[in-house]
Design a protein. Structure first.
Length: 82
């Protein structure tokens, strides 16, 4: 047991210094376009993870999705079956 290595805890909490907003911005605006079906899948999974974790979300963190939500009714017209 003398060869066990311990690593320092350097992981900062997501709530610190707006890191949640940066993570959401990365998924919402930087990885894919909103026309890509994988954009919706990835962002739904991210929001689900944030909702089911102990992370505290601010309403300002979700402002990245405002443009998407504003155009949601128009987007759904293409898929009337849903």
């Amino acid at each position: 047991m003398s060869n066990i290595i311990s690593f320092p805890q350097r992981i900062r909490p997501l709530e610190e210094a707006g890191r949640i907003g940066i993570l959401i911005d990365c998924f919402c605006n930087r990885r894919r376009t909103t026309e890509d079906v994988f954009w919706l899948k990835e962002n739904a999974e991210l929001l689900n993870l944030l909702e089911t974790s102990t992370v505290t979300l601010n309403t300002s963190d979700l402002t990245h999705y405002q443009n998407f939500y504003d155009s949601l009714e128009h987007r759904l017209c293409f898929f009337p079956q849903y």
